[in-house]
Write a protein that binds this ligand. Sequence first.
Ligand code: ATP
Length: 914
Amino acid sequence: MNLRTAAEGGIPADEDKQIPSWHALSTAAVFAQLQTSDEGLDPQEAGRRLECYGPNELPAPPPRHPLLRFLAQFNNTLIYFLLSAAVLAAIVGHVIDASVIVGVVLVNAVVGFIQEGRAEQALNAIRDMIAPHARVLRADRQHDIDARAIVPGDVVMLEAGDMVPADLRIVRARNLLVNEAILTGESLPAGKREEPAPRGAPLGDRHSMLFSGTLLASGQATGIAVATGAETEIGRISALIGEVQTLETPLLRQINSFGRFFTYFALAIAVALMALAMLVHDYPWVDALMIVVALAVGVVPEGLPAVITITLAIGVQRMARRNAVVRRLPAVETLGAVSVICSDKTGTLTKNEMTARRIATADRETLVTGAGYSPDGRIETMEDGVAPAETLLVRSALLCNDAELVEAAERWNVLGDPMEGALVTLAMKAGLHPEAERERFARIDEIPFDAQHRFMATLNRELDGDSRIFVKGAPERVLAMCAGQISGEHGGTDAAVDAEYWRRRIAAAAANGERVLGFATARAPATLERLGFRDVETGLTFLGIVGFIDPPREEAIAAVADCRSAGIAVKMITGDHVDTAVAIARQLAIADDPRAMTGAEVDRISDHDLGAVVEGTSVFARTSPEHKLRIVRALQQNGRVVAMTGDGVNDAPSLKQADVGIAMGRKGTEAAKEAAQMVLVDDNFASIVAAVKEGRTVFDNIRKVISWTLPTNGGESFCVVLAIVFGLALPMTPVQILWINMILTVTLGLVLAFEPAEPNVMQRPPRERDAPLVGPFLAWRILFVSILFTIGVFGIYDYAMRSGLGEPVARTMVVNTLVVMEIFYLFNVRYLHMTSFSPRGVLGTPSVLLALVVVVAGQFAFTYAPFMHALFGSAPVAFFDGLIIVAIGIVLMGILEGEKALMRRFGPLRKANG
Ligand code: ATP
């Protein structure tokens, strides 16, 4: 069957655009055209269509050509300067110098090119981890599939917060509002319904269609996929809409602009020095130029942006490995500064594996045995089957319910909401057969659950025509809808609602950390077809409550403890009952004595007062998304850096407001993911804390990279400047400076990006929001080490000259001394906050050791290989002199470790914010 031709040939089309007018067809005609039905496609047919139509995805934007990416590496003021110097040097006959400069430039470009490629690859790989899913009906069964597997003819089910995965013709719509801004530019959500739209209707008026890439703001819908992939409206508008991650973060921008400023500054000084050298010290202009070039290369940290990019990319990769997928790169930086994490409870702090544990009706309370979703277990008082109130309660729990249980490999799993799954299990324990019941009491309509109203209602019609409404929801909400309750030993008699009795029952269950749901029912007129709020808001009969256990995640308990030692406050913001929330907060040890506030209490106080109480409150219960927004703002006004989790469509504003908005990968809606900076693949609180730890590590590593790189530049520049100003002999030639920069850039310069977290990374307070990258401590450190390097350089030069070793050997020893000092300094810098004299500190990491091998091999070649002597003017160094060089490194290490110990005891490292 060739569906595409069939569709294009047989259905009405807009003459001008040749687009099938799906919106103008009746749903029956669409089913017929696409040879599908309201039971969905047969899975095999879906497989065939997938082969015929290809996956439902937009073609990726073409990647930048590698050659262009490579050439972009040269687009840099310093490189222009260096290349011009090389040309000049070549013209005046300094061919070796010219080729060394070109060599350095090339090596730099290759390193930058490879690192940028790796960083891009890392980002691309993790994007697939959060590819959207879709719920489709195939052969009358619901399936959760990768949205890329949707084919024309698939029946797709959507609810508020979902992103429409393909162009769909609506067959069923309930209170549907859709945000179509990406297609139509209209920011107000559009209402949608099943009836066909006029054939000539423009895109924005096709109320019977849902378009790929748009977001359901509210309601529910079922639609038939009529176009997928590039054939969708969004695919037609632009084949290139795929989001391209740019490797730009505030920090990188800061460093780039600092680098640019530095380049110009260095050039200005260099020109001044050149004038000084030529006019005062009578250097020939070519020599003066070469010195200036070397100085410029020495002073400008040209490799820094590339190393910082790779540090960020490695952070993103490590976070992804810990199930935290960063959608926007700046989050990597912000995560390290987070000082409050506001988290949902259900599924994030708790397991979201629910088991119904108790049932309370007006007459008695009963316990339910068994664990998990397996129907093995019993309801203790229902042994004899004489409990009409309980039977009715359990039936309403099964019918006012969208979940299905499936048994696979002797394990029972839930399709749908875990709490609803637990209710299906409960019904099976009570002896009800889910499918038979749902056939006997067919569902006519429903009001879906939403977090704002906190209840769900269904209208069911029995085979004999009797109609009933079933409601389940937050117990106080359901009680408020009831006019009476079922009571009496044999049920059936309506009495007035005993509010005090239920309050006690609810409090007792909640105090155990149980999640409590209330149930109610009412008879409905046989003619009722559509269920509205008016039908359920009053006059129901209360049936009772069910308490569920949902234990805290063990890893969340440990992660909360980590947060507390890391000075990060944890706040639970939940839609659940306040007593349940507090009980769980205690089990998690969120605070010593967790204080709680309800959404209603938040409503009663001003923003100003909220700011005052928000710090001391650890639990916010019965909240709605608007409360989250106010809580984030209040915390931010107190100077906090806030991470906030969210899953619902209405969480988008607070996720955007938070410094790091975190969406749930499993439970979360696409709307929340779109708004978030990070997505948790496993919905787990511990993954947030792991990401914070990685964020801190990334920041540490960036500081390490900077504090290691700058003194090299500082030391080299001091030497050159001192030599020129005082008219001394240069301790290194310009090409030798270039060599040092090159060998270090490709080896030690890279390894700090790969450093694992320091052991105490979660035992110090978060860094201040605006803490500068280079604080007073690092600035001092850079100056101090630069001076030590300069002393080392002049010291060894002086020693070699006095010993009569000659200039080439003296300069070779200087180059080796600088490199050796860099190696020892690297080991010192690997631990900014603690001593490096530990087994772990001395042994290093594989990347440190590899870099070390390369650097040492390079230095041996530099010192002993004849061709290097020709290139760089180096000369062999005697064994004993080599030992002196290593000894200088050891002395340097001793001095720096001593300084670190002093700083730890008396200075800025006490606060660890240096
Ligand atoms: P969190 O915000 O931490 O995830 P939560 O899951 O309890 O907590 P919501 O999903 O907003 O928050 O639920 C709020 C309340 O609504 C629940 O405590 C429960 O009483 C009720 N509720 C939740 N799910 C349903 C449902 N499917 N049907 C009826 N009522 C529900």
